[in-house]
Ligand binder design. Structure first.
Ligand SMILES: [Zn+2]
Length: 248
């Protein structure tokens, strides 16, 4: 396990040397925990604080919508676990805006955020909400009708809570195909967040946004990722997440 982590860090550092840049990026997590942990994908609050410090020291600014080629960082969370609410003071203290991709069917389920909690966080002005589908099914395995239902129904539920148009989407498990892109755009999603690592402005398809997974990144790995090191994995993730032939 240790040697695997060592190799991972080394690869990221090689990537960081190769791509060395301060390109604006979207990073993603699943949850935060200080006491209770709701998912294996959760990040300890102390590690998250270290990430914030590193980003600031490297000259990154936290923004809710990237508008500059360099030095901007957008922080996103997927699924909607409750740890986000329990640790939300951290975002208030640091004035960090975040975007949460919520699965609409998960709202109020055990371990997930309730409507009242989402509303309370929205009042802070620090939370933006996007759709992560209705049921978290892989979009590349759904029929056209099923996809439309996922995208429309989650949009309606989330708009009811936010009282704002929901026009950002994140593909469950990062999986997508051309049909999912087209239907999402037709329904009104303007930005489609992937799980493909890379800079914000270098997209494989229009409106498809790269994101870097950092939830378990050590301080060394996080630094390397902010320098663009995880781009070394772009092709591998593309092969895993993009279903070129349509349905599987
Ligand atoms: Zn998810």
């Amino acid at each position: 396990m240790k040697s695997k982590e060592f190799l991972k860090t080394l690869l990221l550092q090689v990537g960081a040397l190769r791509y060395a840049n301060r390109s604006s990026k979207v990073i993603y997590y699943h949850d935060l925990h200080s006491k209770k942990r709701y998912t294996d994908m959760s990040t300890p609050i102390d590690l998250f604080k270290k990430h914030i410090d590193i980003a600031k020291k490297m000259g990154y600014r936290f923004v809710s919508d990237i508008s500059s080629e360099e030095s901007e960082l957008e922080v996103t969370f997927d699924d909607g676990f409750r740890g986000l609410y329990e640790n939300f003071d951290l975002f208030i203290e640091n004035k960090i805006k975040i975007r949460l991709f919520m699965v609409s069917d998960f709202i109020g389920k055990e371990g997930y955020l309730k409507t009242s909690e989402l509303e309370e966080m929205l009042k802070s002005g620090l939370l933006e909400i996007g759709s992560h589908g209705k049921s978290h099914n892989n979009f590349d395995q759904l029929s056209e009708d099923e996809l439309k239902a996922e995208l429309k129904e989650s949009k309606t539920v989330l708009e009811e809570i936010t009282q704002k148009p929901i026009d950002t989407l994140c593909f469950p498990r990062g999986r997508f195909n051309d049909m999912a892109i087209k239907i999402a755009q037709d329904i009104g999603y303007k930005k489609l967040y992937s799980c493909l690592p890379g800079p914000y402005y270098e997209n494989f398809k229009a409106n498809l946004i790269n994101r870097s997974l950092v939830q378990h990144a050590t301080t060394k790995q996080f630094k390397a990722i902010l320098l663009g090191g995880d781009r070394i994995y772009h092709k591998r993730y593309l092969a895993m997440h993009y279903n070129m032939d349509g349905r599987r």
